[in-house]
Design a protein around this ligand. Structure first.
Ligand code: NAD
Ligand code: DAU
Length: 364
């Protein structure tokens, strides 16, 4: 039985991971520490919030005494670190929050773990798992081989630079203090609870509202899409079987140009509107109601500064050493994701129109 601290557990991947973990390890203790920034949403945990095994704490990972007291009082032995500022565009306009949370915040967690686990020796075994990104490896050209765990770091945005710094701190705490750490670097996730500022959820909700679909630059940038459920299984494998001090790349094996991905989403929505008559009443502004395909909303816009051209993950290490296999194809994953946003209209509307933040302010 494990006792876990999950940072950022009210965000997109963290919340999916909390659901995944409690489904597979129903007797484990799970403490979620999340600051509930604009990207955090306690409703992502709504279906499991009453479970006795789960405790939610609103707080900042940079609050080292708080983290120490959680580790100590709850006798936690496993820390899974998702909390971060995660949006590249925001890092371009305001890098400070990225340095604060992704670097200072990660260091605060490492200091707390060192104190409670190594100095006070409060638990018999421990594990610090750090969730990072393939963006630390920089940008690939079309002909380059995919990123491996030994690809040199070359971060290009304030976001990826801050994640790279956090990866180095995690590595250093293993080599210097013998903290039992693992790190995973993954590609672009998608799936339920994805905040609608990122490409896939933004495109889905914009189609449904008849709004333009912004395509940066020529739309030919390539991302390697990973369904969040595959990512959660990959992290689970690393926590259970990964070697301390090692890094594992996790990918979906599904490279796609942005323009291809967006056109696929348009096609999926058009098919669903053609087969489910209620959708036209629920989303009267969607193009499918009036006739033109959803792709009529495609709008090329100014490129993101420093926009990385291509990411691709070589995940042969986690496959051969830990038995990982991505299970969700891009086609089925995109369809399921569109269906999730159709079924959870209240969730994304409340995030987008500000009513979730108003509700939250009344709760806390
Ligand atoms: P997200 O932005 O959806 O969620 C981040 C969560 O962290 C939110 O709940 C937020 O409230 C919380 N948080 C932010 N600052 C905090 C702080 N100072 N203290 C406590 N909590 C804080 O992010 P995500 O997409 O779920 O990403 C999770 C992790 O995975 C991040 O570390 C990110 O770098 C990494 N990652 C994400 C992707 C992706 O495609 N989304 C891919 C690779 C790696
Ligand atoms: O590779 C992993 C990374 O994937 C994670 O570390 C980040 O946290 C996560 O946000 C994601 O970064 P990207 O910048 O790749 O994701 P985003 O959804 O912002 O953009 C995906 C691609 O789509 C990228 O090439 C930029 C483009 N894009 C994005 C938006 C929001 C558009 O063309 N239009 C848009 O409106």
């Amino acid at each position: 039985m494990r006792r876990l601290l999950i940072t950022g557990g009210a965000g997109f991947i963290g919340a999916n991971f909390v659901h995944h973990w409690l489904q597979h390890y129903p007797d484990d203790r799970v403490v979620v520490l999340d600051a509930l920034t604009y990207a955090g949403n306690v409703r992502n945990l709504e279906q499991i919030r009453q479970r006795a095994e789960l405790r939610f704490v609103q707080g900042d990972i940079a609050d080292t005494p708080l983290v120490e007291s959680l580790l100590r009082d709850e006798r936690l032995d496993t820390l899974v670190h998702f909390a971060a500022e995660s949006h590249v565009d925001r890092s371009i306009h305001g890098p400070d929050a990225f340095v604060q949370t992704n670097i200072i915040g990660t260091h605060s967690l490492l200091k707390a773990a060192r104190k409670v686990w190594l100095e006070e020796k409060l638990v018999e075994r421990h594990r610090f798992h750090h969730v990072s990104t393939d963006e630390v490896y920089g940008s690939l050209s079309a002909a380059d081989p995919a990123f491996t765990e030994t690809t040199p770091y070359a971060p290009n945005s304030p976001y990826s630079a801050s994640k790279a710094a956090s990866d180095h701190l995690v590595r250093a705490y293993h080599h210097t203090y013998n903290l039992n750490v693992t790190t995973s670097n993954c590609s672009n996730n998608y799936g339920p609870f994805h905040f609608p500022e990122k490409l896939i959820p933004l495109i889905i909700v914009n189609i449904l509202q008849g709004k333009p679909l912004p395509i940066y630059g020529d739309g030919k940038n390539v991302r390697d899409w990973l369904h969040v459920s595959d990512h959660c299984r990959g992290i689970e494998l690393v926590i259970n079987k990964g070697v301390p001090g090692e890094v594992y790349n996790i990918g979906g094996g599904a490279e796609a140009e942005n323009i291809h991905l967006v056109k696929t989403l348009c096609h999926v929505v058009d098919e669903l509107f053609a087969s489910e008559s209620t959708l036209k009443q629920r989303f009267p502004d969607a193009p499918a109601v009036h006739g033109p395909p959803s792709s009529s909303l495609l709008t090329y816009v100014k490129d993101r500064p420093g926009h990385d051209r291509r990411y691709a993950i070589d995940c042969s290490k986690i496959e051969s050493e830990l038995g990982y296999r991505a299970q969700v194809t891009l086609e089925s994953g995109l369809r399921n994701t569109v269906q999730w946003y159709l079924a959870n209209e209240n969730w994304w509307r409340a995030v987008m129109d500000g009513s979730y933040r108003q509700w939250l302010a009344r709760q806390y």
